[in-house]
Ligand binder design. Structure first.
Ligand code: ADP
Length: 482
């Protein structure tokens, strides 16, 4: 459940739960005080007798007395009749007083002197019930009538409501306190529940953030929450993965940079050391004949050329790698372009006993968008590798143009020594040479195929190789068709 819905539910619960609990508490407290009142009056409500009826007992009896006063008023002088009335009213804390003229004929034991002394005088409402204002905690009702001898008679009921009043006050105080307690408890409980459901995931998120801050990017950000915090956890987890990837990429770049510097230093150092050696050989007089000196100078020139070529390739590679070499894309027919290339290459490698052929089923023109110069570089690099690593007396290089859907696929196949399976996937990496001694007689820099790969990728194509040891190697690359 989302935090928003959780908050709404808790607010509704904060309203409804206290109302329900307050109603239950009021009923419970009410029945408790009713029970305590029953105990105080020492009565039990009869099964079907309501509280109202119970309280109205006084009214019913008063009615009876009213009838008696009308029909046979002298009965109200009869002590045993009055006692029976008195007993019936005692249970509701009510006493009776009967007065003839100003003389008190009968007064219940519960009625104190203060009341009997301050009774109201005979009134004009003959035969009717008259209620007087409260005297302290007492309710006074009066019935005036005439005895048979014509004397003035008054019948009073005196109800003591102190107990009911106190019980009602206690009931109200208890209910108010119970409602306050219910409000405090439900609010505290619901606030605790809601805040726990928010704080707990936040703490888990905080500990994950601390782990990330301290560089521990391997620990997953726990996410068992399907709310807004769950979404934050998900974003954190994605951030952790991205950060980890970028750090490992950075590390890889750093390693590559170190490796590159070490490779460059090594490749530059080797010919320079050789040149120094031959120069010392000449100056120290080791080369003591004109033939030897000539041989030494030729070797120095070869090494200087190697160095020059390596620096050129390094320069080209670094420019391509940094995307600083501009590409001049043109739309042209790749078939006739390859035909020209093959002619040129055949001429260049004529003295190496190598035959270069172009094969294709494509008869019409085949347009691609490419940089002519850079593409020439790609083809020269691949073909010169085929020539460099040729171990057969008669070298055969076949260039094939294939229609591969959206792409033009060019395959350059030789019948050379081949490349072992385990080395094949590395040949497009910079400075990689299959020969582990890295001291080949071919004078390769290990940058040729790396440069080729960068050029093809800049064209939006792909490059890969297949090889069979002893049978030859095929290098494939693709160019997008127009
Ligand atoms: P290099 O300047 O050493 O030729 P490349 O990047 O052009 O560097 O090639 C990387 C390595 O792949 C070479 O050193 C060589 O061992 C291997 N290689 C590339 N082309 C061929 C091929 N046609 N036949 C055999 N080995 C090859």
């Amino acid at each position: 459940m989302s935090i928003k819905s959780r908050l709404i539910v808790s607010y509704i619960a904060m309203l409804i739960v206290p109302i329900i609990l307050s109603i239950i508490a009021t009923i419970f407290i009410g029945s408790f005080y009713i029970h305590s009142l029953q105990m105080a009056y020492n009565v039990k409500l009869e099964r079907k007798e309501s509280i109202e009826k119970f309280i109205n007992r006084e009214g019913t009896l008063f009615q009876e007395v009213q009838n008696t006063a009308k029909k046979s008023p002298d009965n109200l002088k009869n002590t045993s009749y009055l006692k029976s009335l008195d007993e019936k009213l005692q249970v509701i804390n009510t006493g009776i007083i009967v007065r003839q003229n100003s003389k008190i004929l009968y007064a219940s034991k519960s009625v104190d002197k203060e009341v009997t002394n301050g009774l109201p005088s005979f009134g004009s409402n003959d035969g009717e019930r008259k209620s007087h204002p409260l005297i302290g905690d007492k309710i006074l009702n009066q019935l005036d009538f005439h005895f048979s001898d014509g004397s003035e008679g008054s019948f009073f009921t005196v109800t003591d409501i102190a107990l009911i009043k106190n019980t009602a006050i206690k009931f109200i105080i208890t209910v108010v306190m119970a409602i306050i307690a219910i409000l405090v408890f439900t609010n505290a409980f619901l606030t605790f529940l809601v805040s726990r459901s928010i704080i707990k995931p936040l703490e888990s998120l905080k500990s994950s953030a601390l782990q990330i801050k301290n560089g521990n990017l391997d620990m997953r950000v726990r996410n068992n929450f399907n709310d807004e915090i769950g979404e934050v956890c998900l974003a954190f987890e994605e951030m952790r993965i991205k950060l980890k990837e970028s750090l490992s990429l950075q590390q890889q770049y750093e390693n590559n940079r170190k490796e590159l510097i070490s490779n460059i230093s090594h490749d530059l150092k080797t010919p320079i050391t050789a040149i120094k050696g031959y120069v010392e050989g000449i100056t120290d007089g080791v080369a003591d004949s004109p033939e030897k000196i000539d041989k030494y100078i030729k070797t120095i020139a070869t090494k200087a050329n190697d160095l020059d070529r390596l620096i050129d390739e390094l320069f080209l590679f670094s420019k391509l790698d940094l995307n600083k070499l501009p590409f001049n894309f043109e739309v042209f027919d790749i078939k006739s372009y390859l035909e020209d290339c093959v002619e040129e290459l055949q001429f260049d490698f004529d003295d190496r006993n190598v035959r270069i052929n172009l094969e294709t089923c494509i008869t019409s023109s085949f347009m691609v968008s490419a940089d002519r110069e850079k593409l020439k570089r790609v083809i020269i690099n691949i073909v010169s590798n085929s020539v460099k690593y040729m171990d057969k007396d008669y070298g055969k290089i076949k260039i094939e143009l294939i229609d591969a859907g959206e792409f033009a696929q060019i395959k350059i196949q030789d019948n050379g020594q081949g490349i072992p399976e385990e080395n094949l996937k590395f040949i497009f990496e910079r400075f990689y040479r299959v020969d582990p001694s890295r001291n080949t007689s071919t004078g390769g820099s290990g940058l040729g195929l790396a440069i080729t790969k960068l050029i093809i990728e800049e064209h939006g194509g792909k490059i890969w190789a297949e090889s069979v040891i002893g049978e030859g190697t095929a290098v494939f690359f693709t160019l997008r068709k127009i």
